[in-house]
Design a protein around this ligand. Structure first.
Ligand code: 3PY
Ligand code: MG
Length: 258
């Protein structure tokens, strides 16, 4: 099976949807990938997984034909290359506040000439079914690097973040953005100042030709973000899918609900 090429699909105008994994279990990533998501993000910033569940979750998602992506932990630069070495096809770096921080992330995510990613993708070759030469030639295109914009400071530096070589996309964290823009008063993506900032970010992404990505707390917000121009949208997370599916099954078994 050919490795998923998210960049080409996004360039062709598709909107891609990603599941989000916080649980410390590789089977969750596999089950979500098999249910049809384009990508599966394993969250190592706020999720509960360890390196083994990350490694095996990437393999399970890849086996099901989805692109496994990883949000790396805050300040865990080393995980950027290690996640890609395991076969991740997307890397999301939280709390990027300047062009310099974006450049530092891109350096570890991209092979020369864009960066200084260190060579050892043996597991990625197995998981993606690729040869070394092919992987080296295509990794900078196949493995997308997303800088998270989720603070007032990042908004101020949005042009330099978007124009940093090696940054393929912006991924907005609207919850942190709300906390930052309201100076700690609210974690609410529906706030007008957050909505206004999201419009500004989507326009900047278009101007700089980088992928506009975002986390949507709910499917309803995902639809609003798509209308605003976001084309890579992660929706809610595993605990919510489990609770919603389990409630629907129980209601159906009892003959209640829709
Ligand atoms: C945020 O909304 O702040 C996020 O980081 C989403 O994962
Ligand atoms: Mg955040």
């Amino acid at each position: 099976m050919a490795a998923p090429d998210l960049k080409s699909r996004l360039a062709a105008g598709e909107t891609l949807y990603s599941a989000w994994v916080t649980m410390p279990c590789a089977d969750i990533a596999g089950a979500l990938a098999r249910s049809g998501w384009d990508a599966v993000v394993i969250d190592m910033q706020h999720g509960y997984g360890d390196f083994a569940s990350l490694r095996d979750g990437i393999a399970q998602a890849a086996a099901a034909g989805a692109a496994a992506m990883v949000r790396i932990g805050l300040g865990e630069d080393g995980l950027t290359g290690r996640a890609a070495d395991c076969g991740a096809l997307g890397l999301i770096c939280p709390m990027v506040n300047s062009g310099q921080e974006a450049a530092s992330f891109a350096r570890t995510a991209k092979y020369p000439p864009l960066g200084q990613r260190s060579w050892a993708p043996m597991r990625a070759l197995e998981v993606l079914g690729m040869e070394r030469e092919d992987y080296l030639a295509r990794a900078n295109e196949l493995v997308l690097s997303f800088a998270m914009v989720e603070t007032a400071l990042a908004l101020k530096h949005i042009d330099s973040i978007c124009s940093t070589p090696g940054i393929d996309g912006i991924f907005v964290g609207p919850n942190d953005l709300s906390v930052s823009l309201t100076k700690g008063a609210a974690a609410d993506p529906a706030r007008p100042e957050v909505r206004q900032a999201l419009g500004q970010i989507a326009r900047k992404c278009a101007a700089h030709n980088v992928v506009p990505g975002i986390f949507a707390n709910t499917p309803e917000l995902a639809r609003i973000y798509r209308e605003m121009g976001f084309s890579f949208i992660a929706v809610a997370s595993d605990a919510k899918y489990l609770a919603a599916g389990s409630k629907a099954m129980l209601d159906a078994a009892r003959g209640e609900g829709a």
